[in-house]
Design a protein. Structure first.
Length: 141
């Protein structure tokens, strides 16, 4: 009965919509994207860092990125595997650049300026960021 006395206008057992939305399970749309850090002191965005690369502060806030970005440098890599793969530097709209593996097309067909998004079929426990091409490349995806 303590609960009812603190909330005099509510019937016990009724749901408050604001509490339901705040505590609701995340949807698939909320799960997409990347978690990055933003420094509380200088507001510099960074990805997978312990310290801010500008002011060396350890006071970082976690934020969610859409995960969509643009390839700024692209390399075909044959290291450690018999199959070639593409590793590219991707610039994200929040301001950080990170090395990602690009899938969804032949490694040599990834070009600078290509738009990418987080890959839906990537293994999240692999420890690497995997993105796929958003743009159509010469009529194919």
């Amino acid at each position: 009965m303590q609960w009812a006395s603190r909330n005099p206008g509510r019937v016990q057992g009724s749901r408050d919509v604001s509490q339901t939305k705040a505590g609701a399970a995340p949807t698939a749309q909320d799960e997409t994207g990347l978690i990055f850090q933003r420094c509380r002191w200088c507001a510099t965005p960074s990805f997978r860092r312990l310290l801010c690369p500008v002011c060396a502060s350890s006071d970082l806030d976690a934020e969610r990125s859409t995960g969509e970005g643009v390839v700024v440098e692209s390399h075909v890599v044959h290291r450690y595997t018999s199959v070639a793969r593409n590793e590219s530097l991707v610039r994200f709209p929040e301001g950080f650049v990170y090395r990602c593996r690009v899938i969804g097309t032949d490694p040599q067909r990834v070009y600078v300026g290509a738009r990418v998004r987080p890959a839906t079929d990537a293994d999240p426990g692999a420890g690497e960021v995997v993105v796929e091409i958003c743009d159509e490349i010469w009529g194919t995806v």
